[in-house]
Design a protein around this ligand. Structure first.
Ligand SMILES: [Zn+2]
Length: 250
């Protein structure tokens, strides 16, 4: 039973240009938070070994260039592995890691897995579109990096039964989702993760390691409320509302 942490961009100011600042964690906070874990092993590796849940895992969504520039040196200094979920269609674009940077990360033992081909909400797609997103992404990353791609982090944490079925059929072995909670069921198709925000403290990360804590309950409640909002408004209207609310926050 271990926590899996979900990060996005790391840094502040111009370092996180193009990233959602609410999900961006300052460099010092990131270093302090991962030190609390002590160990981190990529989900792809733990799943590949088939030996059950062995360790916590530090993960990153969206492939922001700060993952390479800022997070990688900190991870290496701490001797911790991590897993990076990238959108294969936008690798190398402005503000995103490049294929050569990902190759360097992989050479350092980091795991690069799929965040789909484009950053689209998979639960909104028809079966043939969904299949194309997942198939192209897996093949592109495997061809470019020579690492097996067996973990999918659905963009926006949005997935449904069809997503799980098609991912499984294509050779993905787990979905890393954004439902907060400890990873305790090795055979389940989804791996819960704790989203880490700009405002998340090191003490909160410490408490995420425990089976029950007020911080875990709060994270679950926040997730449930988001789910309700999405169900009530539909994905597109929810995203528009969310962006409007965040844009108006100073
Ligand atoms: Zn994302």
């Amino acid at each position: 039973m271990h926590p899996v942490l979900m990060y996005h961009a790391i840094g502040s100011g111009p370092e996180i240009a193009g990233a959602d600042p609410h999900y961006a964690v300052a460099e010092a906070a990131f270093a302090a938070q991962i030190a609390v874990l002590g160990t981190s092993v990529a989900l792809a590796r733990q799943v590949g070994d088939g030996a059950g849940i062995q360790a916590p895992c530090i993960t990153f969504d969206d492939g922001h260039v700060s993952n390479y520039r800022i997070a990688l040196p900190i991870l290496l200094a701490a001797g911790l592995g991590a897993e990076f979920y990238v959108n294969s269609a936008t690798v190398g674009r402005r503000g995103q890691v490049s294929w050569s940077e990902l190759r360097e990360m992989a050479a350092h033992g980091m795991s690069v897995q799929s965040h789909a081909h484009h950053h689209v909400l998979l639960s909104d797609l028809a079966a043939h579109e969904l299949r194309a997103e997942l198939e192209v992404s897996k093949k592109t990353i495997e061809d470019r990096l020579g690492q097996p791609v067996v973990v999918l982090a659905p963009p926006g944490g949005r997935y449904n039964r069809l997503t799980v079925a098609i991912a499984e059929e294509l050779g993905y072995r787990r979905l890393a989702v954004s439902r907060p909670g400890l990873w305790q069921r090795f055979d389940a198709p989804t791996v819960p993760r704790f989203p880490i925000y700009a405002s998340t403290s090191t003490a909160t990360v410490q408490r995420y390691r425990r089976r029950w804590s007020r911080d875990t309950l709060r994270a679950r409640l926040r997730y449930q409320l988001t789910q309700l909002g999405q169900q009530a408004l539909g994905n597109r209207r929810y995203e528009r509302l969310r962006n409007a609310v965040f844009a108006s926050t100073p």
